[in-house]
Design a protein around this ligand. Structure first.
Ligand code: GRF
Length: 190
């Protein structure tokens, strides 16, 4: 582990991707913080179990996105975070944070972007009766799931699939692909 590269994960929900990243033995960076915008989310417990510091905030208690993002930027800088990895973070990143971490905010999305952006991407692909979908890791920009693509992996949809079996297969791919891409990004910057 290269302790000098400090990263933060943003998540809002279950945190299976956060867990996969956190449990990667050969991770080339150190997760110094979990940011969560939903007090009570399961991902918080996952971080606490591994003694990873957590910053939980409730966006509704701030006057604006700018206000909570300014606080986030302060917290991130205090912990010397250089990369932000979104893992099921259900909030659009605003101009302030984007500017502060330009080109250093990455997301994982459960479809082959640009197909099926936004929420419920697995279900949308399943209902569209396409024969393949997949997983995309991409940089964040101002849009929803529109930033430059870093890596994609295809997942076939079989006629026998239920939404559940497809979801399970996609998650398995996510849990392998995301840590791999994170390591590549970190290692590429030397
Ligand atoms: C994942 O499917 C990810 O691609 C999407 O949100 C989901 C988060 O799942 N952005 P989890 O909380 O990591 O289990």
């Amino acid at each position: 582990m290269k302790a000098s590269i400090k990263v933060c994960v943003f998540a809002s929900g279950t945190g299976s991707n956060f867990q996969a990243i956190m449990e990667t033995e050969s991770l080339a960076c150190e997760i110094v913080l979990l940011v969560c915008d939903r007090p009570g989310a399961l991902v918080i417990d996952k971080a606490k179990q591994k003694q990873i510091p957590v910053h939980v905030f409730d966006p509704t208690s701030y006057p604006s996105k700018q206000a909570y993002e300014e606080e986030l930027i302060t917290v991130l800088r205090e912990r010397e975070v250089t990369w932000i990895f979104l893992a099921g973070y259900m909030r659009i990143i605003g101009a302030h944070l984007l500017q502060a971490y330009h080109g250093r905010i990455v997301n994982i999305h459960p479809s082959l972007l640009p197909k099926f952006p936004g929420k419920d991407a697995i279900e949308k692909a399943y209902r569209a009766k396409v024969n393949k979908t997949g997983v995309t890791v991409h940089y964040i920009d101002e849009g929803i799931d529109t930033g430059p693509i870093i890596a994609q992996q295809e997942v076939k949809i079989y006629p026998t699939d239920s939404l559940k079996t497809l979801t399970n297969r996609i998650q398995k791919v996510e849990h392998q692909l995301y840590p791999k891409v994170i390591n590549q990004l970190i290692q590429n910057e030397g």
